[in-house]
Design a protein around this ligand. Structure first.
Ligand SMILES: [Zn+2]
Length: 116
């Protein structure tokens, strides 16, 4: 079953809906989402289903463990930001990458000033 998710309130609506039944905002520009049955595989284990907008407790635990490992966490963040089919995780990955880049820039700026 395809559905539309309201951009205003996040409510699930049927794919034929023109207005959100919860908040009445227009759904004309909202793309239909297919309810996928394909689970997201992560190191052979299914950690979620890609129709879900929610991140489960198990997913967060796996993500936080992976992020605690140096170098691996950079790869994981890129995967989270651009590959994972979940808006919340995408935003979390992008936010962490941006903060990481800002941190690196500040580190080099401070080192450049104090060094020689
Ligand atoms: Zn709505």
């Amino acid at each position: 079953m395809a559905h539309k998710i309201c951009e205003n309130c996040g409510e699930f609506n049927s794919s034929s809906a023109v207005y959100c039944y919860n908040c009445n905002s227009s759904l004309r520009d909202v793309k239909k989402k297919e309810d996928a049955i394909e689970p997201i595989k992560f190191s052979g284990k299914s950690v979620g289903y890609n129709y879900s907008e929610d991140v489960t407790l198990g997913e967060w635990i796996i993500i936080l463990i992976l992020l605690a490992i140096p170098i691996v966490n950079i790869i994981v963040l890129v995967l989270l930001a651009f590959v994972w089919n979940n808006t919340s995780i995408n935003n979390f990955g992008k936010a962490s990458l941006i903060l990481g880049i800002i941190g690196i820039v500040i580190f080099f700026l401070l080192r450049g000033c104090s060094g020689y």
